[in-house]
Unconditional design. Structure first.
Length: 129
């Protein structure tokens, strides 16, 4: 991934987050249940987990330390962003459990994104195949 694609990814996330904050002010609850807030957290967490799974299968040249570290940083930042989205929605919408939902989904993302020796070998083997 080059710097332009990272900039585009950051811009898309910032635009999405700004849209969430702007739209969440008008979130209506149904019987005390913040329907749209829950959907936003689950939808963005699902998208982020799919991106993490895609990054996990990204082939990397053997011995390219810079690209491997960048991939790991992107995976860990993506996993952490799920928790931050849940926390932001808990502040905006109100129920504390949206933050807990984001934290649980963030832990699931960290389980997928956490670097290991087998993870590095998988990236390098995918490159050689």
């Amino acid at each position: 991934m080059d710097s332009r694609s990272l900039s585009l990814l950051a811009a898309v996330w910032l635009f999405g987050f700004a849209s969430i904050i702007r739209g969440a002010r008008a979130i209506d609850t149904q019987d005390g249940w913040p329907v749209l807030g829950t959907v936003i957290v689950l939808l963005l967490a699902g998208v982020e987990l799919l991106v993490l799974l895609w990054l996990r299968q990204m082939p990397l040249p053997p011995g390219d330390e810079r690209r491997y570290r960048l991939t790991i940083a992107l995976k860990l930042a993506g996993a952490a962003s799920i928790g931050l989205i849940g926390f932001a929605m808990a502040i905006i919408v109100g129920p504390w459990w949206l933050s807990a939902l984001g934290a649980v989904l963030s832990l699931a993302g960290l389980a997928v994104a956490w670097p290991s020796v087998a993870d590095r070998e998988r990236h390098e083997l995918l490159y050689l195949v």
